[in-house]
Design a protein around this ligand. Sequence first.
Ligand SMILES: Cc1ncc(COP(=O)(O)O)c(C=O)c1O
Length: 319
Amino acid sequence: MRTATTQMRFFQRIVKGETMGLKIFFDGKLVNKEEAVVSVFDHGLLYGDGVFEGIRSYGSLVFKLSEHIDRLFESAHTLMLKIPMTKVEMSKAVIETLQANNLSDAYIRLVVTRGVGDLGLDPRKCKVATVFIIADKIALYPKEYYERGLTLATVPTVRNHPEALNPQLKTLNYLNNILAKIEATNAGVDEAILLNTQGYVTECTGENIFFVKGRALVTPPPYVGILKGITRDAVMKLGAEAGLHVREDVFTRHDLYTADEVFLTGTAAEIVPIAKIDNRVIGEGKPGRTTLRLMKAFRTITTMEGTRYDLPAVTRSGK
Ligand SMILES: Cc1ncc(COP(=O)(O)O)c(C=O)c1O
């Protein structure tokens, strides 16, 4: 039985919302967020040795779940990182995490690290990968971003060379992107454009980039050094369905400055219009007609396509 004091403390914790904490999928089971703790010897922490995915669910539909799981396994394959679960188990774990947290609209972070090793780099010392999944309420970008359009600047840090750390791998080593983000903030703009070592446009710190010129919809090809975004793929399909001439092409900042419209795509940001780049006004300096049309079409597919799951949650113990 609880004493009056422990009962009072328990009550205070409920009032503060502490007992309503998140459930995290951590190494095969759902645990309270406080119990989801990674060792200081985990190579994900020591060396950024690991892979991750960011996924979204809309109205109890996980958008492009199998595409995200495939990309996770492909990144891990190139790193020779063995994920101790099958793709089916991983998909089930994502759904269970959403259900355990009773989330219908969520941002899901899936992380696989090399696991616990010693202080050396050798990944062979890490016997089992650490796997965790966090599902939380989606923190939406401010509405005005979509209404006024973002400002961008090209930054001095160049995108990782594909023969060094290929941007097609979604690894835990995001310092290239973080340095670019710092430079964008220092320049007083919302987001950074990274060029590659040859001066061609690659992408932003967490989004792919597109421009519209007449009926053409253009985005850089993966070999210039980009993450092959899943939203990017979806938008290329939507563009083709809308009758645009969609193509992957190498291009320079000049092509962006002189485009009719520019927008970014990503799981978290969805489609976000661009108003200015390096102080040049893009098009009319506000979200363009094609961008707005694609934003609407994208919103429609997120309400219709995806892996459906049921709520309210049934916890693993069945209580
Ligand atoms: C560097 C980078 N580029 C592009 C994207 C957009 O990819 P996706 O549409 O799959 O979220 C992301 C986000 O995952 C990213 O981190």
